[in-house]
Design a protein around this ligand. Structure first.
Ligand SMILES: Cc1ncc(COP(=O)(O)O)c(C=O)c1O
Length: 382
């Protein structure tokens, strides 16, 4: 059993002197994984043609097979993409939308994905309908009920989060996917935050499409993400960038989208090995415990209302920002910048639904003292 917190912080290159409470946005890649990525790049540059033409296809598929075991899927149903946004764009951009069609998502949808939906829907006369999922929220039923209320005969695609960004919640994704299947509507699960943070079992859940980032909670280098497409849907999904693989099937289309550095994908086995060295269950238990301790401490010390039950959280928690007045993007930026510049606390502060919030991430390199530092800073006032 590994010791977590300060004892292992040196395994990351994170700078000293800060409270780093935003693993969620971009992850943080450990030294050993960066080392593996560096070795892959060196191998590529030693003979670029041999590497990219002869060796890369098998390496990419081997890496996908590694990932498959972790997310409960077949390697052949997993395509590599640079990030969740790219994967979501491929799916939505492959839909044939027309006048009067609807894409259903929710009020918790990630901003970039919402814009993606608008971009591919509005010019074709289609609409984006957001299920109004409350926040504060009592429990997972509210998610299922809100989705059930807006899925209708015009719905061509449902896009729901597995772990939400603004609200930091784990959604009852199996129930939402089951609802979509009952209604005969395809569903894209935006699992940007899920790999590593929560267990995933893609084949059992049975969503049509799932995108997931490995550069957040699986510690892969940035630019490592997957698009899982159920076999019966693969022929109709194309990458946003068309290249040599066009017309040769799902994997060939996605596996080559022009010359790029594939090292983030190929370094994934090293990242999974790192997670295994921590113990995936021990890692998740530490994250969850630290998150709940931090939530309770912030609730008690700063006097904050906790907007969701613990059962809907994993390693992140969104709480109302005690300085909130206007609930604008500008306010969120000022709060963030103040906490960073004055207190060296890195924590996202953002406007959502008319007020300003902050979101903590609990990671194995962190400890409660770091969250205490956030509480101290918040108590100082803006
Ligand atoms: C729910 C959700 N979807 C998509 C994304 C986008 O991820 P990326 O920037 O890696 O594409 C994020 C990022 O935080 C997210 O939280």
């Amino acid at each position: 059993v590994r010791e977590f917190g300060r004892a292992i912080r040196g395994e990351w290159t994170l700078e000293d002197g800060m409270a780093f409470l935003n693993h969620g946005s971009f992850g943080a890649c450990p030294r050993v994984v960066l080392g593996a990525q560096h070795a892959l790049r060196a191998r590529m540059e030693a003979q670029p043609v041999r590497f990219l033409v002869d060796e890369l296809p098998a390496l990419m598929r081997a890496s996908a097979d590694h990932l498959a075991a972790l997310v409960g899927a077949r390697g052949g149903d997993l395509a590599w993409v640079d990030n969740a946004t790219t994967g979501a764009n491929a799916v939505v951009g492959s839909m044939r939308l027309g006048e009067g069609d609807e894409i259903v998502s929710s009020t918790h949808v990630y901003g970039a994905v919402h814009k993606t939906l608008l971009h591919y829907a509005v010019p074709h006369g289609a609409r984006v309908v957001l299920a109004d999922v409350p926040f504060p929220i009592d429990g997972p039923d509210a998610v299922v009920d809100a989705c059930a209320a807006v899925i209708g005969p015009r719905t061509k695609l449902v896009v729901v989060d597995h772990v939400t960004s603004f609200s930091g919640l784990v959604w009852p994704i199996e129930r939402v996917v089951a609802l979509c299947r009952e209604r005969g509507v395809p569903v894209l699960v935006d699992a940007a935050h899920a790999p590593g943070q929560v267990p995933m079992d893609l084949d059992r859940v049975g969503a049509d499409y799932t995108v997931g980032n490995c550069h957040k909670w699986l510690f892969a280098p940035k630019g490592c993400a997957f698009l899982h497409v159920r076999e019966d849907r693969q022929d109709a999904i194309h990458p946003t960038v068309i290249s040599h693989g066009y017309g040769r099937g799902f994997l060939e289309e996605f596996d080559w989208v022009g010359t790029k550095d594939p090292s983030p994908w190929l370094a994934l086995p090293a990242a999974i090995e790192f997670v295994e060295s921590l113990g995936i269950d021990a890692m998740r238990a530490y994250q969850r415990d630290l998150c709940e301790q931090a939530v309770a401490m912030l609730r008690d010390r700063v006097g904050l209302d906790v907007p969701a039950p613990a059962s809907m959280r994993a390693a992140m928690a969104t709480l109302p920002h005690p300085w909130s007045r206007e609930g604008t993007d500008a306010e969120g930026k000022v709060f963030h910048d103040t906490l960073w510049a004055r207190d060296r606390v890195e924590v996202p502060c953002f406007a959502w639904g008319g007020r300003t919030w902050f979101r903590i991430s609990a990671q194995v390199y962190g400890d409660l003292a770091e969250h205490e530092r956030l509480a101290d800073a918040l108590l100082r006032g803006p």
